[in-house]
Design a protein around this ligand. Structure first.
Ligand SMILES: [Mg+2]
Length: 277
């Protein structure tokens, strides 16, 4: 089957029951530090119609406030409490699973340390940790891997923020959270519980934040294997935009089928302008 861009009738059908939107950021709202076309128009239209939206990212290296600042720098104004990172969702998940005071060792950056240990709810630990959490870490050292390995080998549960093997950088692809998982899996033979996309936790938390049922949410992403899959697992409607990683031929090659395939955000701007006026 050859994938084609979704037409107006299809868009109307899928969006009829949509009451809230969840956006992936990189490849949907911006690329690098450049805002993508139609983003401001779409958000303005959603604001005008009172449709709530949130941004979600697997990236655990920045706080929501840092993301809000990055977006503001590109002319997109979003409050930090509408931005969900895998750090925050990992923290929420840990709170559901473990009692206060649980000893945790973190391989990750300040944003992750702050999200999990910043308020004293959990206790920092090293090789005596009961839980090891890993995320992307631009200051990874052998020592951190050693401590995490010893803790996991002593029976600590292993949790990872997100599975992304690489990060896009100005220089090209560089090691991401998944590369650090690979190192710890090699050293421990233990597979972590993974929190970020394609697992549905981050999407479900976004739906709860927006106060809607999963079936009322449209997830918009640029990747089939993370954004669209996570949206489907959460019970959302899904739209793939071709402004980032995935191409039309990727849709042909994938078993993951989004409800909508759009060249960019413009058809959504048109829909919300016309169909709901
Ligand atoms: Mg993306």
């Amino acid at each position: 089957m050859t994938a084609v861009l979704s037409g107006k009738v299809e868009i109307e059908q899928v969006l009829r029951d949509v009451r809230a939107l969840v956006f992936d950021m990189d490849g949907v709202l911006y690329r690098g530090n450049t805002r993508l076309p139609h983003v401001r128009e779409l958000l303005a239209e959603l604001d005008r119609r009172g449709l709530p939206y949130a941004m979600v990212t697997n990236n655990s290296t920045r706080t929501p406030a840092q993301y809000a600042e990055k977006l503001a720098g590109m002319g997109i104004s979003t409050p930090p409490d509408r931005i969900l990172t895998s750090s925050l969702v990992t923290r929420a998940w840990l709170e559901q699973q473990y009692p206060p005071g649980t000893r945790i060792y973190i391989v990750g950056m300040a944003s992750l340390q702050q999200a999990i240990l910043g308020d004293g709810h959990f206790a920092p630990a090293e090789s005596d940790a009961e839980v090891v959490v890993s995320g992307a870490d631009f200051s990874l050292t052998y020592d951190k891997l050693r401590i995490a390995t010893l803790a996991i080998r002593r029976g600590a549960h292993y949790v990872a923020t997100n599975p992304d093997k690489t990060f896009p950088s100005e220089e090209g692809l560089i090691p991401g959270a998944g590369a650090i998982i690979a190192a710890l899996v090699a050293a421990t033979d233990v597979t972590p519980v993974v929190i970020g996309k394609p697992e549905p936790a981050i999407m479900l938390q976004a739906a709860a934040l927006l106060g809607v049922e999963p079936a009322q949410v449209l997830a918009i992403g640029d990747r089939l294997d993370t954004d669209v899959l996570a949206g489907q697992r959460a019970g959302f409607r899904t739209a793939l935009v071709l402004t980032g990683v995935a191409t039309l031929s990727d849709v042909d090659d994938s078993h993951v089928r989004p409800d909508l395939v759009l060249p960019n955000l413009e058809p959504l701007v048109d829909y919300f302008r016309e169909e709901r006026s």
